[in-house]
Design a protein around this ligand. Structure first.
Ligand code: CTP
Ligand code: MG
Length: 419
C-alpha cells in the first residue's frame, strides 16, 4: 500500500480529541448514565477527560453530553482548569449523531487531526493515543486502536445455543477507540452518511470505510476497556479504590517464653514435635504462634494475646494456639490490613528445629492465609547460656510487617484521640 506524504507537513499538528458521552448507558442500568458513575472516587467521564488531557499532543478536548446532563457534567469536571478542555457540546440520539455534532462543533477550532474516543473508556493510555496520532501523521487516512482477538470464537444458534462452527480468529481484531482521522475527511464522511440516511454505523471507522478511506489498525490495549455493564463498574471501582488508597507499612515485634515440664512432645509453630519434655502453659503453649499473634496485634496497636484471651478464662485451657493467630489476622484484615511478611525466631538447644522448619512455615502460612513466600521461620541456640541454654524453656521472637490503609492523623485527632 502506498502511504501518502506525512500529514500535516509540520510536526505541530493540531489534534482534537472528541469524547462521546451522550449515551444513556442502559446496559449498565442504575439510573445515572454510566459515564457519571464513580470509579474509586472520580466519575468515569472525569477519568476519561483526565486521560485525554494527560496526552500533551492533544491540543483540544471536546466532550459530547446528553441533553439533560449539564449538572452531572459540571460536577464531573469540578476543579479541572485545563484550557484545552473546550465547553461541552450536545450529543444526539445515536453515537454516530453525537460524533457528527462534535465534528461540527470543532469547525472554529479547525484541527488537523481528530480522534474520536468513547467517554466510557477511561483507561486509555498515552501510548494508545500517541499511536493513533502517529498513524495519521505518517500518512494514513484513518486508524483505529484494536487488539487481536484472543478467545476462541464460536458461531452458535441464538435460540438453541447449538454451536454451528468455530470462527478462524487469525486476523480478527476487537475494535477500540480512539479512532483517528484527518479532520476534513471524517467531517465530510459523516456529513455524507447523514445526508444519505446512513445512520446506523456503530463506529467512525465504519463511516470512514463507507466513504472509501483506507483504515489501518494501531495497537490498542486489553486494559483500554469500555465500561458497558454494572459488573464492569463494580469490578473497576474496586480496582480503582485499591489503587488510590494510600497505604502505610507497619512493623511490630514480639517475644514469648514457655517453660518446660514433664511430657513427650512440644507444639511449636502449629506442629507437634516429639521431645523428652513438654512446654508448660495455659493453652497448648505454642511459643512461636504466641509471639506471632502478639506481633500481628501490635501492628494495629490492639493489645496483646493475654488481653484478648485471658489466662484466667477456663475456655482457653489447652486451647490450640492457631485460633489466637487466626483471630489476630482477622482483626488486622478488618482494618483493611494485609500481611507483607511474618518472621519468627525460635531460641532453644533442643528439640532441633531445622528438620521441621519447612513444615512450620507451611502451617503458619496456612493459618494466616498468606503465600509461603511471606513466612520465615528460623532457629538458634543460645550457646548453652541463660535459661534457654540450660534447657529450662523455649523463647520465640516474632516480627510482623503489614500494609494498612494510611491513618489520617488529623482526622484521628479530631475524633478525640489525643496523643
Ligand atoms: N454515546 C453517545 N451518544 C449516543 C450514544 C452513545 O455519545 N447517543 C456514547 C456513550 O456515552 C459511550 C460511547 O458512545 O461513551 C459508547 O457507547 P455505549 O457503550 O453503547 O454507551 P451507551 O449507549 O450509553 O450505553 P448503552 O448502549 O448500554 O445504552
Ligand atoms: Mg449504546
Amino acid at each position: 500500500m502506498t502511504v501518502p506524504d506525512t500529514f500535516p507537513p509540520s510536526a505541530a499538528a493540531r489534534v482534537a480529541m472528541i469524547l462521546v458521552a451522550a449515551g444513556k448507558g442502559l446496559r449498565a442500568g442504575g439510573g445515572l448514565p454510566k459515564q457519571y458513575r464513580k470509579l474509586g472516587g472520580a466519575t468515569v467521564l472525569r477519568r476519561t477527560i483526565e486521560a485525554a488531557l494527560a496526552c500533551e499532543r492533544v491540543s483540544a478536548v471536546l466532550v459530547l453530553i446528553g441533553d439533560s446532563d449539564d449538572t452531572h457534567y459540571a460536577d464531573s469536571i469540578s476543579g479541572l482548569s485545563d484550557p484545552r478542555l473546550l465547553p461541552p457540546a450536545k450529543g444526539g440520539d445515536t453515537r454516530q449523531q453525537s460524533v457528527l455534532n462534535g465534528l461540527r462543533a470543532l469547525e472554529d477550532f479547525a484541527p488537523d487531526i481528530v480522534l474520536v474516543h468513547d467517554g466510557a473508556r477511561p483507561f486509555v493510555s498515552q501510548d494508545v493515543v500517541n499511536a493513533s496520532i502517529d498513524a495519521i501523521v505518517t500518512g494514513h487516512l484513518a486508524a483505529i486502536a484494536a487488539v487481536p482477538v484472543s478467545d476462541t470464537l464460536k458461531r452458535a444458534d441464538g435460540e438453541s445455543g447449538a454451536i454451528l462452527g468455530t470462527v478462524e480468529r487469525n486476523g480478527l481484531y476487537a475494535a477500540q477507540t480512539p479512532q483517528a482521522f484527518r479532520y476534513s475527511d471524517i467531517l465530510a464522511a459523516h456529513e455524507a452518511a447523514a445526508r444519505e440516511g446512513r445512520i446506523s454505523f456503530t463506529d467512525d471507522a465504519a463511516v470512514a470505510e463507507w466513504a472509501g478511506l483506507q483504515v489501518v489498525i494501531t495497537p490498542g490495549e486489553t486494559g483500554n476497556i469500555k465500561i458497558t455493564t454494572a459488573e464492569d463498574l463494580r469490578r473497576l471501582d474496586n480496582a480503582a479504590r485499591e489503587q488510590n488508597m494510600e497505604m502505610e507499612t507497619r512493623v511490630a515485634t514480639a517475644y514469648d517464653v514457655h517453660a518446660f515440664e514433664a511430657g513427650s512432645e512440644v507444639i511449636i509453630g502449629g506442629i507437634t514435635i516429639p521431645h523428652d519434655r513438654a512446654l508448660k502453659g495455659h493453652s497448648d503453649a505454642d511459643v512461636a504462634l504466641h509471639a506471632l499473634t502478639d506481633a500481628v496485634l501490635a501492628t494495629i496497636c490492639d493489645g496483646d494475646i493475654g488481653h484478648h484471651f485471658p489466662p484466667s478464662d477456663p475456655q482457653w485451657r489447652g486451647a490450640a494456639s492457631d485460633q489466637f493467630l487466626v483471630y489476630a489476622v482477622d482483626r488486622l484484615r478488618q482494618r483493611g490490613g494485609r500481611i507483607s511478611h511474618l518472621d519468627v525466631t525460635i531460641v532453644c538447644e533442643r528439640p532441633k528445629i531445622g528438620p521441621h522448619r519447612e513444615t512450620m512455615r507451611a502451617r503458619i502460612a496456612e493459618i494466616c492465609g498468606v503465600p509461603l513466600h511471606r513466612v520465615s521461620v528460623k532457629a538458634t541456640t543460645s550457646e548453652r547460656l541463660g535459661f534457654t541454654g540450660r534447657e529450662e524453656g523455649i523463647a520465640a521472637l516474632a516480627t510482623a510487617t503489614v500494609r494498612l490503609p494510611a491513618a489520617d492523623d488529623d482526622e484521628a485527632l479530631a475524633e478525640g484521640a489525643r496523643p
